[in-house]
Design a protein around this ligand. Structure first.
Ligand code: GDP
Ligand code: CA
Length: 307
């Protein structure tokens, strides 16, 4: 069974890891967000792709919730002491990966090419494809001005309310090699419980990707990032309230208009307003086992024959 999963960073990576575990080797393709990418200290950083890579490989720090386990911060401290930019958290182990990627890109390799090499170096059979090899950058329009994603999220601690989003470069971007084929060949499409605005919409803004999902002849199922109307982590609930006026499952479905055959929601949202088919389960992924359970339920919802 071939499955495509659209994913952002940490939240998406947890479900992707569950899918990776319950599917046979090579059956999963993850399409990752690059709208959060940044160039800093001469390095090209792809935080969402790396969250997926680290989580699939079991290298992620589950306590901090992002980055690598056993991380140290010597290089960043040194860079700061030399007057370098120090606001974006880069651990020593993490930097090793960014060095390899940055060198490859500088030599003319594509982001999808180097990402493929990295995932194979980790011994993984799952495919991880950036949505595009082209430059696509999410910008947040706020009352205090317009900021690139990481400046808003990290430097300004996502305190500014978001009035609109822009995906700069999306209109002229092309899907990375393999992305459209993977969607067309999939037996099921899954949208991870990632932030719709800053993780999934940037992927869908690459011309051709949304259209390929709209043309599907298989089911597409999303997992809601909300539990009891609240984000498990991050600003999705605040963004939904400001941009859509609430945090119900119906509004999550609205984020993916025309793309969903079912939405997987948490039992805590069962009584809230829904729109279309929903599957109710426990969606909190506390560990790899609960991620596998949610992945299994999501796949079952994706394989159901529509009534
Ligand atoms: P980021 O790119 O690292 O910010 O991560 P994502 O966009 O992929 O995921 C962030 C979203 O995942 C947040 O909106 C969280 O509410 C959601 N999330 C995180 N963990 C869980 C979980 O265990 N269950 C569910 N349902 N959602 C989760
Ligand atoms: Ca992200």
């Amino acid at each position: 069974m071939r499955v495509v999963c659209l994913s952002g960073g940490v939240g998406g990576a947890k479900l992707a890891a569950g899918l990776h575990d319950v599917l046979a080797p090579g059956e999963l393709t993850v399409i990752g967000n690059v709208g959060d990418d940044l160039e800093i200290l001469g390095l090209h950083v792809s935080p969402d792709l790396d969250s997926v890579l680290y989580t699939l490989a079991g290298l992620n720090d589950t306590e901090r919730g992002w980055g690598r386990e056993g991380e140290t911060w010597e290089a960043l401290e040194s860079a700061r002491s030399w007057g370098g930019e120090g606001w974006f958290m880069l651990g020593d182990r993490d930097i090793g990966l960014h060095l390899v990627r940055s060198q490859a890109l500088r030599r003319g390799e594509t982001l999808s090419g180097v990402t493929g090499r990295l995932i194979r170096s980790a011994g993984l059979k799952t495919r991880l494809l950036p949505a595009t090899d082209d430059r696509l950058r999410t910008q947040l329009v706020t009352p205090a001005g317009t900021f690139p994603f990481q400046e808003w999220f990290v430097a300004r601690r996502h305190e500014d309310e978001v009035d609109a989003l822009r995906y700069d470069g999306a209109d002229v971007s092309r899907p990375a090699p393999g992305v459209i084929g993977a969607i067309e060949d999939a037996d099921a499409i899954v949208i991870a419980p990632s932030n719709p605005f800053v993780s999934i919409h940037p992927i869908l803004s690459v011309p051709g990707i949304r259209e390929a999902i709209e043309r599907r002849r298989v089911r597409c199922v999303a997992v809601s990032p909300l539990i009891g109307g609240h984000a498990v982590r991050g600003p999705v609930d605040r963004m939904m309230r400001r941009l859509l006026g609430g945090t119900t499952p119906a509004l999550v479905t609205m984020c993916y208009k025309g793309l969903l055959d079912a939405l997987v929601i948490d039992a805590a949202d069962e009584t809230a307003e829904t729109d279309g088919a929903v599957v109710v389960t426990d969606t909190l992924m506390l560990d790899r086992e609960s991620a596998r359970r949610l992945a299994q339920t999501t796949l079952e919802a994706a394989m159901e024959t529509p009534s």
